[in-house]
Design a protein around this ligand. Structure first.
Ligand code: SAH
Length: 283
């Protein structure tokens, strides 16, 4: 992994896979299975990190509105909790991750759920979102929660989502945004965050909208829910500090050592978070 002259982090899918191989079990333990941010209604919302992260999954699901038997793809599926939550409502879900470890954890989660009906409806595989191993129009809906941020070629990942969606199918995205350019110490915090996440850079809202449209999607919602997810930075820092990383998770130190970064990002007014819905045109 290195930084190019434009200040963008250059990381391969292999680097990203390694990050999650090392860290997902620890983050999973801290956030009760969801490797993503939570959604709180307002400052008085007493929800736990688990409740808030499940709520974010539900915001995505509502927007996908899957009927029974519909085929969905989770791009960057983490350790499988969101996919299982969606599948338990009747849809068929395929989750892909670049991390072998995550796929193993996700499969173990299905086994532990002890519901034989889910075995047929959920599957997880290692695959690169920028070159998906599925035929055209395989899915009725695709979602990507906090995974596009990692892509060295976001346009390729969006066009793969487009190709594998049936005409008329929906894509739901949750991702980090940088509301406005930053300099000085703020820029240093953002650079550290990108380095930690192997993210080339954080996109601004206009750049993000354009990327979705350039892939051929019709955007129907683009909401900055940054203030609703902001409590996650501190909740996650607290939860990570409390995780007793077992010896075999020693490699996760990298993530645990970065917890000081979370309050810095939490304090950045420029830190936004998008919930976007787009549709593949019918023809
Ligand atoms: N969506 C999950 C996990 C988010 S963490 C959740 O909501 O819990 C980011 C995820 O993106 C990880 O699962 C990581 O393995 C995956 N990812 C990153 N780059 C990827 C790529 N090129 N192909 C497939 N998955 C990728």
């Amino acid at each position: 992994m290195k930084e190019n002259p434009q200040g963008k982090i250059e990381a391969s899918p292999f680097d990203v896979g390694q990050l999650y191989d090392r860290n997902s079990a620890v983050v999973d333990a801290a956030a009760a299975g969801n490797v993503h941010f939570g959604y709180w209604h307002d400052e008085t919302d007493p929800s736990s990190l688990e409740e808030a992260t499940d709520r974010l999954t539900d915001l995505v699901v509502e927007r996908l509105a899957p009927g029974p038997g519909q085929r969905l793809l989770d791009v960057g599926c983490g350790t499988g909790k969101p996919a299982l939550r969606v599948a338990s409502r009747g849809a068929r879900v395929t989750g892909v991750s670049i991390s072998q470890r995550e796929v193993a954890l996700a499969r173990a989660r299905v086994a532990a759920a002890g519901r034989s009906d889910l075995f047929d409806r959920v599957d997880f595989q290692v695959a690169d979102a920028m070159a998906l191993p599925f035929p055209d129009a395989s899915f009725d809906g695709v979602w990507a929660v906090e995974s596009l941020t990692h892509m060295s070629d976001r346009a390729a990942a969006l066009s793969e989502a487009m190709r594998t969606l049936r005409p008329g199918g929906r894509l739901v995205i949750c991702d980090f945004l940088l509301r406005a350019p930053v300099t000085g110490e703020k820029a240093e915090s953002v650079r550290r965050m990108c380095e930690l996440f192997r993210a080339p850079s954080l996109a601004g809202p206009e750049e993000y909208r354009a990327a979705i449209a350039d892939a051929g999607f019709v955007l129907s919602e683009f909401t900055d829910i940054g203030e609703h997810v902001r409590p996650t930075y501190l909740a996650l820092a607290e939860a990570l500090a409390a995780v007793e990383a077992p010896a075999e998770e020693a490699a996760a130190v990298e993530f645990l050592a970065s917890v000081d970064l979370l309050p810095r990002i939490a304090a950045l007014p420029e830190a936004g978070y998008v919930l976007a819905v787009a549709r593949r045109p019918k023809n």
